[in-house]
Ligand binder design. Structure first.
Ligand SMILES: [Zn+2]
Length: 317
């Protein structure tokens, strides 16, 4: 929770807002949207995140305050502004200003451009709360274009060999990036699991132009003819898919592929919606904060690395 002279705002609470005046919800991933169920107090988020949450949860959010990127909102003496965080469709970071002090909370963020998101821009600030999901020096992601090439090559080769490629993704974020990848650079149709159909459809209704076919509708024939790439939620697991589809070849797409290798999928690609170690360090250099708080992942060890560089840093949890 952040407290200014006249405002208590809780950031991405996993549950109800509690004693704070309001909440900020950075993006539509489930581990960040707990406060949307709290109907009593205001919840500040981008209009895209609110709409996406409503579409995928089938719940109406009450007392939400939809904000546009880069448009300041005044709450008593505090200025609140949401800026793009580059993580997933609609994701935002929070800038608060009061009495000449600037506070920045990144939420989950990415510091490189992807096919669907622009990288987050650094902002000079006094206090920075930064996510450190991949905050260890061994987390160095390969160039994104090389990973895109490898994914497309693998899918094309799998189809040519008479098998059916399944890419296991998060329905919000990676699903749109992979859909866009095949739309832009191949003529391979993308067939989607209903959970991804729902998410992609909601995002298209807000101005995107993703092309995909639901597996229970037009996608059924494409799957039968093994002439498509299938996007299924990562939660289903590669083993379950191989049981249902004997010709399935499975791929996972995640930054964690750097640590666990292939696991039970046939192949894993290193592609993340988060900043890697070098990007985290560069981002902090460019924000030049007086104080850094780290959160998520390697918050302790990353804060220790910052202190060694002479930066005042401590983990939040
Ligand atoms: Zn996230």
């Amino acid at each position: 929770m952040v407290q200014t002279h006249d405002l208590k705002i809780v950031l991405d609470p996993t549950n109800r807002i509690g004693p704070a005046d309001c909440a900020f919800i950075s993006h539509a991933h489930r581990d960040h949207t707990g406060a949307f169920i709290d109907a009593r107090k205001p919840k500040y988020s981008t209009r895209e995140t609110i709409a996406l949450f409503e579409a995928i949860s089938n719940k109406k959010v009450r007392n939400a305050v939809p904000c546009a990127y880069d448009k300041p909102v005044r709450l008593h003496q505090t200025e609140l502004r949401i800026i793009n965080s580059g993580h997933v469709f609609g994701s935002g970071a929070l800038l608060l200003k009061q009495d000449g002090v600037t506070f920045l909370y990144t939420g989950d963020f990415n510091f490189v451009d992807t096919l669907t998101q622009k990288a987050m821009q650094p902002h000079e600030c006094d206090i920075l709360v930064i996510e450190t999901t991949f905050g260890r020096p061994n987390f160095l992601f390969p160039p994104r274009n090389e990973v895109y090439d490898t994914i497309v090559d693998w899918a094309a080769k799998t189809i040519m060999e008479g098998d059916l490629p399944f890419i296991l993704v998060y329905p919000v974020g990676k699903a749109q990036e992979i859909t866009k990848l095949f739309n832009l650079y191949t003529s391979i149709p993308v067939v989607t699991h209903p959970s991804i159909t729902r998410t992609n459809t909601a995002i298209n209704s807000m101005g995107e132009d993703l092309v995909f076919y639901d597996m229970a509708k037009e996608g059924e024939d494409l799957m039968r003819s093994k002439s498509c790439v299938c996007l299924f939620p990562a939660s289903l697991g590669p083993r379950n898919l191989s049981t249902v589809y004997p010709n399935a070849k499975t791929a996972t797409v995640t930054g964690w592929a750097l640590t666990y290798g292939r696991r039970s999928a046939d192949v894993s690609f290193v592609l993340s919606g988060h900043a890697d170690y070098t990007q985290l360090m560069c981002f902090i250099d460019e924000c030049s904060p007086k104080k850094v708080f780290t959160v998520h992942g390697y918050a302790d060890s990353f804060a220790a690395k910052l202190r060694k560089k002479g930066i005042d840093a401590q983990p939040l949890c």
